[in-house]
Design a binder for this molecule. Structure first.
Ligand code: ZN
Length: 631
């Protein structure tokens, strides 16, 4: 009970430092008198402690019959006492009727060395003190009284007396000294008895109610050994191992949600005082304690107090939390707590992409900004999952659906190319989807596309001709680089769609125009696309133009589709489609086009077309044109 010790020391220090503090006189009384007494009631298990010295005073609290208290002052009808509140471990003062309290007795001299020691003596299982033994008559009779009272149901008067007669002499009992405690345990049943010997039929020295925390060390297979104080005398005692739940020495910090209205109790028992209540959905921090209980720190009247919550009243946050993205299927709200009846921090329109983290079985956690301040909020999982967005499988014959976001997860099913899936949320390059047959899992986003893919490009042979190269740099000495970069972007897109892509060059090499045409013929190209960037003596010339070679009607159509889509994607001016007397299309027996993707001689356009973004957009345009052509 180190907390208890700390609290006491704090209280003492506070009392000594603050001369204006009204309890100072009591502290002085404790120091000078050091008298203790036992609360005695013939009929009641609990004895009221009054706030004031009058019959109609309010009740401060009630303490169990047989509790040890310190007598601070004895009046005509009431005794002013200090005691440890058994429910809160707080040091309190109040008044008890004189008829309900034993005559004060002076504590054993050994335990009155210091004021701290005096107060600590009242703590039943505290081990901070050196063991002080006072096997005098007072202590023995005290033991007898307690045994009689607490074990009354199990033992007859004569048995208690007989047992008392067998109480060992001081020399005998000193043969076993309790070692320093190494464990803490919780009383999880109605009460736990502490025995004089490690035997089932031994005298019960004290009984501790549910929720009490006891300190002890191991003694043998069935018993723990501890030190308790009986009338200020340290006494070795024993606890049955089955009568307490030993607590883990290391506590783990946790965060979770109150699944119902949640009470924080002063002790790990629902019989104890409720320190504070929290609404369902409140997000709380606490730490591991016992099998049925967590420990928490709550603030009561501005002071940090240790309390206890039932493990079944909270749902722990998932670990590790995973970051997700999702599109709001409808207007959705971010709540202050994990409860739809809590305050709405912010709402988002349908279609808004949101970032959030996994949190609990029914809730996500999100960070929202309220007046510029990052605030944690909660999104109801089902709000995000009502409907997803339709995506299509492309770029592979079939797509594996896995149990998690990664290739290390096992495969649940596979979806064929072109089939629709519903995408709910994404994590990195993975998306959580549902197949048309209702199976859910995770799929790589590289193989999902929002637009319904055409099957037309599949197995088509497309020859991509990156203009210039090697010793022929093209316009402005950069054309050969731009055409190759664009060609590679286009290659990636077409491959994903299942096309067989042939590059006339993949590096900075020189090819003659005739060699390029040979590649088209040898591979029986279904389409040949030559990429160029333009130049003109007029620095104001700008835009896109696509060339084809006359006679082949299909070729003109191909040129028109590609030209139209590239203009649409890049936003550059449309210079239209024309026949062009260029070797690579003129000599080509296969459908062949040559596209000029903007003017390097125009400073503004040169800057624009040199960007990776532009090359990607133009590649998408060519891809879409080809897709349309083959559909
Ligand atoms: Zn060129």
């Amino acid at each position: 009970m180190t907390n208890y010790t700390k609290i006491l020391i704090c209280i003492l220090t506070f009392m000594l430092i603050c001369s204006g503090f009204p309890v100072l006189s009591h502290a002085e009384t404790i120091q000078s008198s050091s008298e203790k007494a036992i609360v005695l009631s013939k009929n009641e298990e609990l004895v009221p402690v009054l706030k004031e010295e009058t019959a109609n005073s309010g009740i401060l609290t009630s303490i169990p019959n047989q509790s040890e208290v310190y007598v601070l002052h004895t009046g005509t009808s009431y005794t002013y006492i200090s005691f440890t509140d058994p429910l809160t471990d707080e040091e309190l003062t109040g008044y008890i009727q004189n008829s309900l309290i034993s005559a004060p007795e002076t504590a054993a001299p050994d335990s009155t060395d210091t004021k701290t020691a005096m107060l600590l003596n009242k703590e039943p299982l505290d081990s901070a003190l050196e063991e002080t033994r006072t096997p005098d008559e007072t202590a023995s009779s005290e033991t007898k009284t307690k045994s009689k009272s607490l074990a009354a149901e199990q033992q007859t008067e004569s048995e208690v007396t007989a047992e008392h007669e067998k109480v060992p002499s001081s020399s005998e009992s000193e043969t076993i000294k309790a070692p320093a405690p190494t464990m803490r345990g919780l009383v999880v049943q109605d009460s736990t008895d502490v025995y004089a010997q490690a035997e089932d039929n031994a005298d019960v020295l004290k009984s501790y109610p549910e929720g009490s925390i006891l300190k002890y060390a191991s003694f043998n297979n069935d018993w723990y050994i501890c030190k308790i104080y009986v009338s200020g005398a340290a006494t070795t005692a024993f606890i049955k191992k089955d009568d307490v739940e030993t607590l883990d020495s290391e506590q783990t910090n946790l965060t979770g949600i109150a699944t119902n209205t949640l009470a924080v109790y002063s002790k790990a028992t629902t019989n104890s005082k409720t320190l504070k209540s929290y609404a369902q959905g409140s997000v709380l921090k606490y730490r591991t304690f016992a099998s049925g209980w967590y420990e928490a720190t709550v603030y009561s009247s501005g002071a940090a107090v240790t309390g206890y919550i039932r493990t079944k009243d909270v749902e722990n946050r998932v670990t590790p939390q995973e970051s997700l993205n999702g599109v709001a299927p409808t207007k959705i709200s971010v709540y202050a707590k994990a409860s739809t009846s809590s305050k709405k921090l912010k709402s988002y329109a349908s279609g808004t992409t949101l970032k959030y983290k996994t949190f609990a079985s029914e809730w996500y956690e999100a960070t929202v900004y309220i007046s510029g301040v990052a605030t944690k909020g909660y999104i109801k999982k089902s709000d995000m999952e009502e409907k997803g967005t339709t995506y299509y499988v492309y770029g592979a014959a079939s797509l594996n659906i896995r149990t998690g976001a990664g290739t290390s997860y096992s495969i649940v099913t596979a979806v064929k190319k072109g089939q629709a899936v519903t995408l709910f949320e994404t994590k990195g390059n993975w998306g959580r989807i549902e197949t048309s047959s209702g199976i859910t899992g995770w799929a790589s986003l590289s193989y999902l596309t929002k637009t319904k893919p055409s099957q037309g490009l599949e197995n088509r042979v497309i020859v991509i001709d990156a203009g210039h190269g090697g010793k022929d740099p093209g316009a402005y000495y950069i054309e050969k680089n731009l055409t190759l970069q664009t060609a590679k972007q286009l290659q990636t897109l077409l491959k994903k769609a299942g096309a067989k892509v042939i590059m006339t060059r993949s590096t900075d090499t020189y090819l003659t125009l005739a060699q390029r045409v040979v590649v088209s013929h040898n591979n029986k190209a279904d389409a040949f696309v030559s990429l160029h960037y333009n130049s003109s003596s007029s620095s104001s010339a700008k835009g896109i133009e696509t060339f084809y070679w006359a006679t082949n009607v299909n070729e003109k159509t191909l040129a028109q589709y590609v030209q139209g889509e590239v203009v649409k994607q890049t936003g550059l001016s449309n210079r239209g489609v024309r026949t062009g007397n260029f070797h690579v299309i003129r000599e080509n027996k296969k459908p062949a086009i040559l596209i000029e993707l903007g003017f390097l001689s125009n400073a503004t356009e040169r800057k624009k077309v040199s960007t990776e973004t532009y090359q990607y957009k133009s590649a998408i345009g060519i891809y879409k044109g080809l897709e349309k052509y083959f559909d």
